[in-house]
Design a protein around this ligand. Structure first.
Ligand code: SF4
Length: 378
């Protein structure tokens, strides 16, 4: 094992101290990408996300397991599909949450000093030490902790971490809120720490990957692309079926097509949504063209910026909490009660829909064009 690399670093490779340990060990990403064992585990990390929804079983070797994480991020970046980034970050977060539950309170991992995981240390890792406090009842009554009496989190931290969590129980209206503090159980705190991991894993993805790192990973990338094609994930989330859009996006799209002027935040929300479900700039520009106030150049510029074509990052659709604060959350329906993100709404709606209902909007458009051309030629 390289000096300074500990089992805790391998178990939680996204921790700042783990990244620091890698920097100190002076292992280059190029060397890691060329290391067969590391590349193999990195591939398994991503491939198992697609087959089982998890990051798979950890490698016993600390160095291999730890380095497989940055290489897995490189693989996800090279495949460059928003749905893979989303699923991968979610699987790392879920693995983290399970490990938090298992490791907290354990004396030491493999008895090496400095390997103990504590809740205080975890909160500090994610800059939440001032944002979470115990109420003193967590250890005394299990019933209390289940109701969310053991801990409290400052409301702004809560909103930023709970925004993407599915389930009615995460909506602020369903939580006890007093003087800016939201009541939580220990389980809730660990779930929200998992969310902090998800945000950290997803941040900066996709990375821009230099050619010397990409070359040794070509085969692994091809394997993931094959697996993606088999799972139909891309087709699913990239299917553009406006009837299944969340009510807020249906409304905004309708406004665009009626030629109404949209505020900047609303235009950002609908464009980010259309881009996140896989629409290309040309398709989005075409969709906006019916708007009399449409300016092709500015729309193209904004869309490329949001899609990450002309900017370092692809912007995400705002979560429901943000949509609500801007007044963009309208016509909520039953499904809205179960989700906290418009992408979650759409993913759910696609999963529930019959295959027969899943005709892509773009396919309908081309069919309609072909029909018009055929009629004109008669
Ligand atoms: S709850 Fe979320 S998905 Fe539903 S309309 Fe509001 S912002 Fe859109």
């Amino acid at each position: 094992m390289a000096t300074g690399l500990r089992p805790l670093h391998a178990r939680y490779p996204y921790f700042e101290r783990s990244r620091e340990a890698v920097r100190e060990a002076d292992v280059s990403l190029v060397a890691a990408a060329r290391d067969e064992a590391v590349a193999e585990r990195a591939l398994a990390r991503v491939e198992t996300v697609l087959t089982e929804g998890t990051v798979g079983e950890p490698e016993r070797g600390t160095r291999t397991e730890l380095l497989s994480y940055p290489i897995a991020r490189v693989l996800v970046s090279l495949v460059d599909q928003p749905v893979l980034v989303h699923r991968y970050a979610r699987a790392e977060a879920e693995a983290a949450r399970e490990r938090f539950v298992a490791d907290l309170g354990r004396r030491e991992l493999k008895s090496a000093p400095g390997n103990r995981l504590t809740l205080e240390g975890l909160l500090e890792e994610f800059d939440l030490d001032g944002a979470v406090r115990g109420t003193g009842r967590a250890e005394t009554s299990e019933a209390d902790t289940e109701r969310g009496d053991g801990y409290e989190m400052g409301v702004s931290s809560y909103l930023s971490l709970a925004a993407d969590r599915r389930g009615e129980e995460w909506r602020l209206v369903n939580r006890r809120l007093a003087k800016g503090w939201v009541a939580l159980s220990r389980e809730d705190v660990l779930a929200l720490l998992g969310e902090a991991v998800r945000q950290r894993v997803a941040s900066g993805l996709p990375l821009s990957v230099p050619a010397e790192i990409e070359a040794p990973l070509e085969e692994a990338v091809a394997t993931i692309e094959e697996r993606l094609a088999e799972t139909n994930l891309i087709r699913d989330i990239d299917t553009v079926v406006p009837e299944l859009f969340p009510p807020c996006m249906k409304y905004l799209l309708d406004q665009v097509q009626k030629g109404e002027h949209l505020e900047h935040h609303s235009r950002f929300a609908i464009t980010a949504f259309l881009s996140n479900i896989g629409m290309e700039t040309d398709d989005i520009v075409e969709l906006y063209m019916v708007n009399p106030g449409f300016g092709e150049e500015i729309t193209r510029y904004q869309t490329d910026h949001i899609r990450g074509v002309s900017s370092p990052t692809e912007y995400s659709t705002p979560a429901c909490a943000t949509m609500q604060s801007y007044g963009d959350c309208v016509n909520m329906d039953d499904r809205c009660e179960r989700i906290s993100h418009p992408m979650g709404y759409y993913e759910d709606a696609l999963e529930d829909a019959d295959d027969a209902d899943l005709t892509d909007w773009r396919a309908r458009e081309s069919e309609a064009e072909a029909k018009t051309e055929a009629e004109a030629g008669e």
